[in-house]
Ligand binder design. Structure first.
Ligand SMILES: [Zn+2]
Ligand SMILES: [Zn+2]
Length: 136
């Protein structure tokens, strides 16, 4: 995300498009088709990891559930069992005056939904300000 210095020197409102995800309203984030159960993954007991390998390395993502920790016999179609659907939203962001290049703007609770109803995370916008426009 780049902004000319002229805009950031005084502060500005900026419309930006963000790709984020929303809870699937078909399954309410459960990931299973409506009326069907969700089981803990039998391979990893719901942990999502298969534990340290035979050589004691770091734990691996469970190959049965791909790290989700659940087994969904009938995945919800709109979200393919993830409980989330991608959405593109336009946010109006207040760019504070005097923002410097490389600063990160935190937009609380505008981020991507966590898996399965874990709430909405913060959206971090990394801003690159072109501080020397004569150079461009
Ligand atoms: Zn769904
Ligand atoms: Zn598993």
């Amino acid at each position: 995300m780049e902004f000319p210095l002229t805009e950031t020197a005084l502060g500005t409102d900026k419309d930006i498009e963000v790709d984020t995800a929303a809870v699937c309203d078909q399954c309410q984030g459960a990931g299973a088709a409506v009326g069907t159960p969700v089981y803990p993954c039998h391979s990893c007991s719901g942990l999502g990891t298969s534990g340290p390998g035979p050589h004691g390395g770091s734990s691996l993502q469970c190959s049965s559930c791909h790290g989700s920790g659940v087994r969904i016999p009938s995945p919800c179609a709109p979200c393919a069992g993830t409980g989330r659907v991608p959405v593109r939203r336009t946010l109006t962001v207040r760019i504070p005056a005097g923002l410097r290049s490389g600063e990160t703007l935190r937009l609380v609770a505008h981020g991507t939904m966590h898996l399965r109803g874990g709430g909405r995370g913060d959206l971090l916008l990394h801003l690159d300000v072109d501080e020397d426009e004569s150079r461009a």
